[in-house]
Design a protein around this ligand. Sequence first.
Ligand code: ADP
Length: 375
Amino acid sequence: MSNSHPYASFQDVSLEYPNGTIGLSKANLSINEGEFIALVGPSGSGKTTLLNTLAGFVHPTTGSVSINGQVVADESIFVPPEHRHLGMVFQQHALWPHMSVGRNVEYPLKQTKTPQDERRRRVNWALKLVGLEGFSDRNPSELSGGQSQRVAIARAIVAQPRMLLLDEALSALDEPLRESLRLELRHMTIDLGLTTLHVTHDRGEAIALADRIVMLDHGHIRQIGTPDDLLNRPADPIVASFFDDATLFEGQCDNGIFRTHKPSFHIPTRLLQTEDGMPEGPGTLAVLPDAMTLVEDSIWRENTAVSPDMDTSSLLSGTVMTSLYGPQVNTVVVKADDLTLRCHITGARPRQGEHVGVRINKGIFYPGNKLPRRT
Ligand code: ADP
């Protein structure tokens, strides 16, 4: 478990690249000692920029970055990466091919002029920790992808860094190896009490590993929270859409009813969750995949024909685009007008091309005229 001592912090950190691209915009984040933080977000959202700002590979334009109470970057201070004492692992296991496994792992200790006996002891310790005891004399070319990545992890932790930074470190590995390395990595960081920042495009990985998840979009931090927060209480429609595959509807709440026009449907506001008070006025409705049920199109049509008064308000008609089997739930993607709805269902899956009704059972209402600003 992490304690609540803030270990690394970003205060109002913005970064503009020389070509004018905004990498980060006023990012604020406090990381607790021993905490495992996952950075998620679409490609180009600023995940690597945030990590590199902490690592010292880029210098923020404004704001300050601190590690263990020491400012490592602000408008006047810049501590170079080699003096920040951090361990890093990248997606491509960048081992030096002309050095043995042992010499690769030993490298950071040579940089810090650690005595030879201590170096040997620590290399053995790190290799044992990643399950590669006895691999010291091997050549990197003799290793599998998973083994190479273990060596890269051993090299990152051998000098007992203040933090471990992982940039898509597991992304090049195939399942089930990836899953097992994921578990081992988490076990190791807990054992060592290592504060970890992990960039991943894989939501499942972030949910499985992280104490807290930071979601970025266009350089803005959209939400910082536990996996449960992001899954069940997305802070805004962008998080709901990216992280939870929610379908977004722009519409209006009036007299207890939310209405939207394309595609046309309405739903009582008592079925909507909102942060403050009763849903009222214009806003965005986010519907999570679990909040929809599929109704066979023929049944829906028959019922409405027999009973024209039947309440079909929260039903939409659409065509199945994709229907995928999953271990717990099946995912069905339905096209209704211009909208693509992603539904989770159990039981029989409809066929691709089939017409179906989609019932919206509940949703999250975000008041406001339009989607949050994404500059
Ligand atoms: P992510 O890791 O989420 O994919 P990045 O942090 O790499 O995103 O990039 C954030 C934004 O900054 C993107 O628009 C990207 O194109 C831009 N960017 C990243 N590195 C550079 C660079 N060296 N020069 C100019 N723009 C960059």
